[in-house]
Design a protein. Structure first.
Length: 163
């Protein structure tokens, strides 16, 4: 194995140098965060009103399920508010319920998924896959990060010889 040239050991690693404005971005837009906030607190209000309406009998055994569901909603809501996406020369990163990371050198495929006209609400997302088939999705709300996503996809496509 020591006598093999590097090219024989697999495809070359992908390299990408992010622009100055691409150090970090909120993962979700402000309108989306407001919508998530309204939905979560409307559900919390409905749960409190249901509890008050049945206070004499309590919510019963099913009440625990409502509280668990509300807890999950609050946990996800908190991460929607705090989540950020970052591009670095060594990889892609997003803070989330579980932090996501993808090494730049291993990227094989990338696609920017967006809903044109609704980008102010629905954050464009970068779908990437490694040479081994591992995939991840990274969200971004800032125009600078979306522009970097577009450039990354274009350079990756050219580097890997894809159309």
């Amino acid at each position: 194995m020591d006598n093999l040239p590097l090219e024989a050991m697999g495809p070359p690693p992908f390299r990408f140098t992010p622009g100055a404005g691409a150090s970090g971005s909120p993962a979700f837009s402000k309108p989306f965060k407001v919508l998530a906030t309204v939905i979560v607190f409307a559900c919390a209000t409905a749960l409190v009103r249901a509890w008050l309406a049945t206070r004499a009998g309590g919510l019963g055994v099913g009440g625990g399920w409502f509280l668990a569901g509300l807890g999950l909603m609050l946990y996800t809501w908190w991460h929607i508010l705090r989540s950020t996406t970052r591009i670095a020369p060594d990889g892609l990163y997003q803070s989330w319920v579980w932090n996501k990371q993808m090494d730049m050198r291993e990227l094989a495929y990338g696609k920017l998924i967006r809903v044109r006209g609704l980008e102010w609400l629905i954050a464009p997302r970068l779908y990437v896959r490694t040479l081994m088939g591992k995939f991840a999705v990274f969200y971004a709300a800032s125009p600078e990060m979306i522009s970097e996503f577009e450039r990354l996809v274009s350079e990756l496509r050219e580097f890997r010889g894809q159309r």
